[in-house]
Design a protein around this ligand. Sequence first.
Ligand SMILES: [Zn+2]
Length: 211
Amino acid sequence: MLIKGGTFGPVATNTYVVADERGGSALIIDPAAGSEPWVRETLARLEVTAIAVWDTHGHWDHVVENHVWASDGLPIWSGQGDEDWIRAPAPFNPALFGNPPPTPGTEPARILTEDDALECGSLSFRLLHTPGHSPGCWVAYCEAEGEAIVGDLVFAQGVGRTDFPGSDPAAMVQSLTRTFAELPGETLIYPGHGPWGVSLAEAERFARMFM
Ligand SMILES: [Zn+2]
């Protein structure tokens, strides 16, 4: 698996390009504000073809450039729970985002559940529904590669905020507990903010301070 990351926009959101191999198929994960040129350059450099956008959850900073890729003809995929924010992206926190012009919404082509796998070329990710930060937060875990796209569930040194509209602190603790129980500690994580490529076990040591 090839994973390339970049950090963009007003709250330093991570966008990833994930591909099965050079010349293969790719997913664009969480297209943040201003990420488009980097995504295009990365796809070209890896000689890969994007097949879809995967939104880890529906918060504005993670979905704001969905419409760019939708207008290129790419389908938008997400897990169940935050569909309304994908259809109508809402920068609901002016303290974080200011008052940007309205973001065009996109209709998700697929809304996945835990019965589905997220697939890209030869890669297959198991999906874990991990609500708390938002109702529709999802972890995509590739067991064969030992890597997981974790969105804003857990960071290298912290966890996602639970003071937003639709957040649920109790659900967050359950989601974290479940993720630490079900995924191996050596799994490398790719969060929505901050450093990536650290082990889940290392992140768990910090996350426990918030649980
Ligand atoms: Zn978020």
